[in-house]
Structures are given as structure tokens and as C-alpha cells.
Write a protein that binds this ligand. Sequence first.
Ligand SMILES: *[C@@H]1O[C@H](CO)[C@@H](O)[C@H](O)[C@H]1NC(C)=O
Ligand SMILES: *[C@@H]1O[C@H](CO)[C@@H](O)[C@H](O)[C@H]1NC(C)=O
Length: 292
Amino acid sequence: MVSVIVVVFAVVCLFIPTVRTSEVCTALFLYSTDLWKLECQPTVGIAAQTTDIRCSIRCPIKCSGHIELVGVALTKVKQEKPVFEHIINETPSGDPRFSLVNPVKDPSLQLSDTVFSDEGEYEYYVATNMGEKTARISISVIAMYRDPVTSSWPENVIDGGPVDLYCNATDGYPAGTIHWFDHSGTNWTMNSIMTKAIKDTNGSKSVALSSKLPFKSIHSSLAPFRCVVFNSKFVKEGEKTFQIMLKQESEKVPLGSKTTNIVAGLMVTGSLIAGLLLALLICRRRGDQRYH
Ligand SMILES: *[C@@H]1O[C@H](CO)[C@@H](O)[C@H](O)[C@H]1NC(C)=O
Ligand SMILES: *[C@@H]1O[C@H](CO)[C@@H](O)[C@H](O)[C@H]1NC(C)=O
């Protein structure tokens, strides 16, 4: 049925081309064949920030100039009442954090002060002068990690001694990960131990990441170390380079200097004995000569 109408319109439009009819034909063509589509991209919002919900009207032939919005409604799946409704030229109703970016041509939405409860599946209804369409939108919400904080235990490290290095990042969501590198860029992540503490207070979700890099015997030449924080999508969100604090020289056990002292002592004693023996030998000789 639809295709018959299309053919009729196509024939009429192609063979009776007057200025007036061409516009009418395009409009009728678009309307009758359902040629336009409403497309919305999956949306990832950042908690406390403004989220862009990108939607567009697509059609294979030039139609953008002809299609105008009449009204939109956004409803969470399995809910009755729309969370946002806007009939063009009237005051929008529902959650005031939602708004149309460009109320005449563009069905894209903006959501300010995004919160975790905005997560979910939505039905987006768009009515235009050329018919209506509904699209699905999925919204997920993430939170950015704070800059990582680093520490070592013990705080003052002995070169060649044991130490645990820590890199902590908090207040992100969902769980991300932490990677470790030394001064030459060698990847130490395999040796590290990650702990993730998940918190959910009043619908505000967050994860505290803590990564421990333990050494039985550390070489100060590996420092400075670098830890890198990645979010759940493996996008780098922060990094920190940090030096280990070596124990003061005076506090160190002076192992090296002790041995040199001993060696020097032995040498002095040795040469003294040698000198004494030589002296004895000379005295002996003189005694012998006198005797003869
Ligand atoms: C990092 O987390 C670990 C384990 O929770 C903790 O022992 C360490 O003190 C933390 N370091 C900092 C600088 O917060
Ligand atoms: C570092 O090692 C980790 C764990 O083996 C790995 O997932 C990561 O891709 C490595 N990173 C680089 C930059 O090689």
C-alpha cells in the first residue's frame, strides 16, 4: 500500500515539476514513505557535570530544511510519566535539568547536574511536522577519580631494603585500575596488588582504588616511580610521579667505611712488623761481623 502511494507521488512529482509542487512533493514524499529516522547515541554522563544527549534526524534525501520539531517527550522505560516534555513554543515541563539544545531543528537534549539515578534506558518520542518517531536512549553515569595520592611504608627507605609503595585514587565510578612504571618506563603492574572499596551513600556511588607495589629489596636507581589511574573504560584519568625518600647518610650503618678501616689497620700493622724484622736482621748481621 505504502509503496503504491510512493510510486504515485514519485510519478506526479517527477512529471509535473512546478516551483510550488516541488516543495509539497518533498514533504509528502518524506511523510508517506517514512524516510526519516530518529537516531540517538548511547550516552555516558559524568556525575555533577552537564551531559549531552546527541540525537539527530536522518534521511537519505535532503530533508533537514523541511523537518521541524513540534514536541518531544522523554520517558524512562517502564515508567508512565515522562521525565521531560517540551511542546515547542510552550513552557517545558518535568525535570528542569533537561532541555532541548535547539528547539526547532535539533532533537538533541542536554542534562545538567547529572546524578547516578539518571542512569537507565529511555524512550524518546519526537513529533515533527512530518510525522513522529520514537528512539531508545541508554544513559550511563560515571564519576572521575581524584588525583592519585602516593605514599611509601616505611616512609624512609634504605637502599637495598624492603618497602611497600602505595598509589590511591578515590571518588571515581565505576571501578578503574592503577598501573606502575619505574624511571626507565619498565612496567611493574604485574607485581602490584589492587584493592577496590565500593561505597554507595544515598545513591552516590564511588570506588576507592588502592594499589600496593611491594619490594623485598629496592634499588634507589629505579626511582622516581609513576602510577597511572585508568577509569573503567581504560581512559587515563590521572598520574603521579614520586620519589622514594632515602634514609639520611648519617643514619646508615657505615659498613663500607668499617672494612676500609680494618684494611688500613692491617696494612699499618703489617708494615710495622716488616720494619721490626728488618731491624732485627740488620742487628744480627752487625753482631756476626763483630764476632768474626
Ligand atoms: C593508601 O591506601 C592504603 C590501603 O588502604 C593505606 O594503607 C595507605 O595509607 C593509603 N595511602 C594514602 C597516602 O592515603
Ligand atoms: C602494564 O602491565 C599491565 C599488567 O600486566 C598491562 O595490563 C598493561 O597493558 C601494561 N602497560 C603497558 C603500557 O605496557
